[in-house]
Write a protein that binds this ligand. Structure first.
Ligand SMILES: [Zn+2]
Length: 411
């Protein structure tokens, strides 16, 4: 069974509904009353919420003045919850960062592979204009690297309706989904790559995206042909109210004006000339299930739909400051660490303070101490950088108060 057969996406409510299954997998699942197509079966939708969302979306798209949305300033705080099972190896911070990099590339039209889009559709390619960052402030106002880790004894934490990926007992609870895009990275069983929730369709504690580590990001455990972060790009599309562009009856499925009717979800690496329902299909659409190297675009219509979801149902994401650099204080003394990421040097700048000196300790990602010393009030101290990686600088005020600042070295 090829990995492409495993690339699936579905919505979650009272039952799981599947985007695309290999025959092999499907046979294995038939006994469990799953439906094969994400969107033929609508009972998992909360219809009134979905209806409201569609009215809002239509109005947004109809109102051209909405183009004034200041896309350069949209940054969506992301928290990645890594839930490992037993002795399973977790993914690295670098793999997490590589997914953020992939999202920023593809949502800002910075991907270099739009040549795989058929010439007929080149003028539909959209710059969605969303930026993503790992949250720098957690829900309690404390600094964070935007990554949580949890080991659970439970198997199959993300497999079916009785799954536990978001529970406090066995998984990792969501951070306030009004303020953060929650992405859980955990083993997704039954042959799925991941799944995601449309706005308002599930209880907040499970709202977000779930991706298997083998399909997440571009580094570490990410496995070809799903090693370019585009499962994440696809799932985040669902999170912002996109649907699959296909319907086996050649009927409208995604409510997007500029995606042609399509009667099958592409997988593998389809030819750009493929057609169905009497017209050429956008095989390279991110919302198909094709391999990562064979998808490269959202359409303008999909972009507007996502923008409508962001300023509507998911507008809380715009109001937080969870992406801004965190400049905490020790006893009222502001301390800044910059630039971050740093290439050749970084600075620690300390404001005025009643303290005579502030001890610091620098640790690498494994917790090994790299350096220690003191910084003085009203000073700026330069530090040469270390080997590439993530480091943590802990500042101390006696034993009771300290804070930790993350710094990324990337030269
Ligand atoms: Zn999907």
């Amino acid at each position: 069974m090829s990995l492409s057969d495993l690339y699936l996406s579905f919505f979650y409510k009272k039952q799981l509904v599947f985007g695309l299954l290999s025959l092999l997998t499907f046979n294995a699942l038939q006994a469990q009353s799953y439906s094969k197509n994400c969107f033929e079966s609508k009972e998992y939708y909360n219809p009134s919420i979905q209806e409201e969302l569609e009215i809002f979306t239509k109005a947004y798209i109809a109102n051209q003045s909405n183009k004034a949305i200041n896309r350069g300033k949209i940054t969506i705080p992301v928290v990645v919850h890594i839930v490992t099972q037993g002795f399973e190896r977790g993914i690295t911070d670098e793999q997490v960062q590589s997914q953020i990099t992939a999202l920023n590339r593809d949502y800002n039209l910075e991907n270099a592979d739009i040549n795989i889009v058929h010439p007929d559709f080149q003028d539909r390619i959209a710059n969605v204009g969303f930026n993503f960052c790992l949250a720098s402030v957690d829900p309690n106002g404390n600094p964070t690297n935007g990554i949580t880790r949890r080991n659970t004894p439970i198997e199959n934490v993300a497999s079916d309706d009785n799954s536990w990926w978001y529970t406090p007992e066995e998984g990792q609870p969501a951070w306030d989904p009004e303020k953060y895009l929650n992405i859980w990275v955990t083993k997704v069983t039954l042959g799925f790559a991941g799944f995601a929730t449309n706005p308002g369709q599930v209880s907040p504690d499970r709202d977000g995206v779930v991706i298997d580590p083998r399909f997440f990001g571009m580094d570490g455990l990410a496995t070809p042909p799903f090693h370019l972060g585009r499962v994440g790009v696809h799932e985040v599309g669902h999170y912002f109210n996109l649907k699959h562009p296909w319907n086996t009856n050649c009927e409208e499925n995604d409510f997007v004006a500029d995606t042609p009717l399509q009667n099958t979800g592409y997988s593998g690496c389809p030819d750009m000339d493929e057609s169905s329902c009497g017209s050429r299909d956008i095989t390279a659409n991110f919302m198909n299930n094709s391999e990562d190297a064979c998808v490269a675009m959202f359409t303008q219509g999909q972009a507007m739909r996502m923008q409508a979801a962001l300023i509507g149902a998911r507008s809380g994401l715009l109001n937080g400051n969870s992406c801004e650099p965190y400049f905490p204080t020790v006893s009222g003394t502001e301390i800044k660490v910059y630039p971050n990421p740093a290439s050749f040097y970084f600075c620690i700048e300390v404001g005025s303070s009643n303290l005579e000196q502030i001890p610091y300790f620098i640790y690498d990602i494994r917790g090994a101490k790299v350096e220690e010393g003191v910084v003085l009030p009203n000073s700026r101290q330069h530090f040469p950088t270390y080997r590439n990686g993530v480091y943590f600088i802990q500042f101390m005020n006696g034993l009771e108060e300290s804070f930790v600042q993350k710094i990324v070295i990337r030269s």
